[in-house]
Design a protein around this ligand. Structure first.
Ligand SMILES: [Zn+2]
Length: 148
């Protein structure tokens, strides 16, 4: 979403609301470079799910990107690409069923971790160490403890 004032590509969403009887979403955005505010209309079919990062910026949910992250986490583990594909599909289905149009990156990470926990402990820890924003050593220990 390019800023109309300066052309910068990253902006944060200030406000989102349904428009056209829910067929599209009107978003107020603020450019991260110059602070200019602008409005975008996004068709739901074209922009399925936005991932909101911790700094407030956002990006469209990218299945391929998540796949790459998972392939790295699952490297040399007994997890087939088909299983990873099914994992991502189940996340997409859950988001669609809940009619989510956006999700915090941390919540998305948690959804991945909840599924990895049942698949492979090593992949879980690898993914957690990369994607989960651990606030403290204690939190990391607690996450390890959750593995049982
Ligand atoms: Zn700008």
């Amino acid at each position: 979403m390019r800023c109309p004032s300066c052309g910068y590509l990253e902006s944060k969403v200030v406000d989102s609301r349904a428009a056209d009887d829910g067929a599209s979403i009107r978003r107020r955005r603020e450019c991260l470079a110059c602070g200019a505010r602008f409005t975008t209309y996004e068709r739901l079919a074209e922009h399925p799910i936005l991932v909101i990062k911790t700094d407030g910026s956002s990006e469209v949910f990218d299945r391929e990107k998540l796949m790459r992250g998972l392939l790295i986490a699952c490297a040399k583990r007994p997890i087939t690409p088909e299983k990873i594909d099914a994992l991502i599909a189940s996340i997409e289905a859950e988001l669609r069923n809940a009619q989510r149009t956006e999700i915090k990156s941390k919540d998305l990470g948690d959804m991945v971790l909840a599924r990895l926990a049942g698949l492979d402990e090593v992949a879980y820890i690898r993914f957690a160490s990369v994607y989960k924003d651990f606030q403290s050593v204690e939190e990391f220990s607690r996450a390890l403890g959750e593995l049982g």
